[in-house]
Write a protein that binds this ligand. Structure first.
Ligand code: ASP
Length: 326
């Protein structure tokens, strides 16, 4: 082994990449069954890379929550603080990968790479894509560490995406992710060779402690659609009068370039009068909502509604604003 090879810490959180089914042809499976150590054993050709594996969580990422993010952030911070560690790789589910990647992008505050990866097929499937994705992610991480590159990226199906912009764009294709209009940062060829195309996006640099400073502010996502009359907002406000965990922010998945049904608009105005922050994102797959003069409510740029929710939570916590992708 090359003694100069930087140590890569691989953190497991669950997901389909760690999922198992009854057999290779079974479509049904249970996510988050195999340990990150088992996942690494299934990846050929990594004997030249110094690796350390740690299990942070074992969840189906549809169930991702703040406490798992806190645990993950602590482990990423601890690993990257070590001088012998060059990079961190995270195995994750695909469902909320774009949220975790965006969160980590905003918080990462050291000049080291963080590479997330996932899989669209369970580990027991005849089409399992996890071993290739994990192998690619480790190679990208190791190379980035050697080159002194920093930032958060996602490696899926041989493509490197910026963590601030990546999103799940197909619900079952193996090649399920894209950059929402951002070009890939690079690719990994079938033989494992990493091909760079563009410089990585510099991380937000806010620091990890933000996640532990206060309870997460409650932010909900609403969709504007035909017949949206705002009753869901009224219900939230009525519930808030009784509950101890009031809504602090609302992200609207708007029609088109940030438009909202008039019925929903009236209810949102009431919510705003009660001190609730309203942000606009788009339910349309490309383009997002860019800021324009005279905007009634802030626009979330190219972030997906789910990423915009993370951004608004960070904003409400006091995290300094970052450049919004796109
Ligand atoms: N439900 C799974 C998860 O997000 C889906 C996947 O990983 O593809 O954990």
């Amino acid at each position: 082994m090359d003694v100069k090879s930087p140590l890569v810490v691989v953190l497991g959180t669950g997901g389909t990449i760690a999922g198992t089914g009854a057999g290779p042809d079974d479509v049904a499976y249970q996510a988050a069954q195999l340990s990150v150590g088992q996942l690494l054993q299934a990846v050929p050709g990594l004997s030249g890379v110094a690796l350390e594996a740690r299990q942070v969580a074992q969840v189906d990422s549809k169930d991702m929550d703040w406490s798992v993010w806190q645990a993950l952030a602590r482990q990423v911070q601890a690993a990257l603080a070590r001088e012998d560690v060059g990079a961190v790789v995270i195995t994750h589910g695909t469902d909320t990968l774009e949220e975790t990647a965006y969160l980590l992008h905003r918080l990462l505050d050291v000049d080291k790479p963080v590479v997330l990866t996932a899989a669209m097929r369970a580990a027991t499937s005849a089409q399992a894509d996890g071993p290739r994705n994990l192998g690619d992610a480790v190679r990208v991480a190791e190379r980035a560490a050697r080159q002194g590159q920093s930032g958060v990226v996602v490696v899926m199906a041989g493509v490197i995406w910026p963590g601030c912009a990546v999103r799940k764009a197909h619900s079952w294709h193996i090649d399920a992710f894209d950059g929402g209009g951002c070009e890939p940062l690079g690719r990994v060829a079938d033989d494992g060779v990493v091909l760079d195309a563009m410089p990585w996006v510099p991380p937000g640099g806010a620091g990890w402690s933000w996640l532990d400073r206060a309870p997460p502010p409650r932010v909900e996502i609403l969709t504007s659609h035909a017949g949206a009359d705002g009753r869901v907002v009224e219900a939230l406000l009525a519930q808030d009068a009784k509950a101890g965990d009031p809504v602090k922010g609302l992200v609207v998945a708007c029609t088109g370039h940030g438009t909202i049904h008039q019925g929903l608009t009236r209810a949102l105005e009431k919510a705003e009068q009660r001190g609730i922050q309203v942000w606009r994102s788009s339910r349309v797959a490309r383009g997002g909502v860019q800021c324009r003069e005279g905007d009634r409510w802030p626009a979330a740029g190219s972030l997906t509604p789910a990423q915009a929710r993370v951004a608004l939570m960070l904003d409400l916590l006091g995290v300094p604003p970052a450049h919004l992708a796109g």
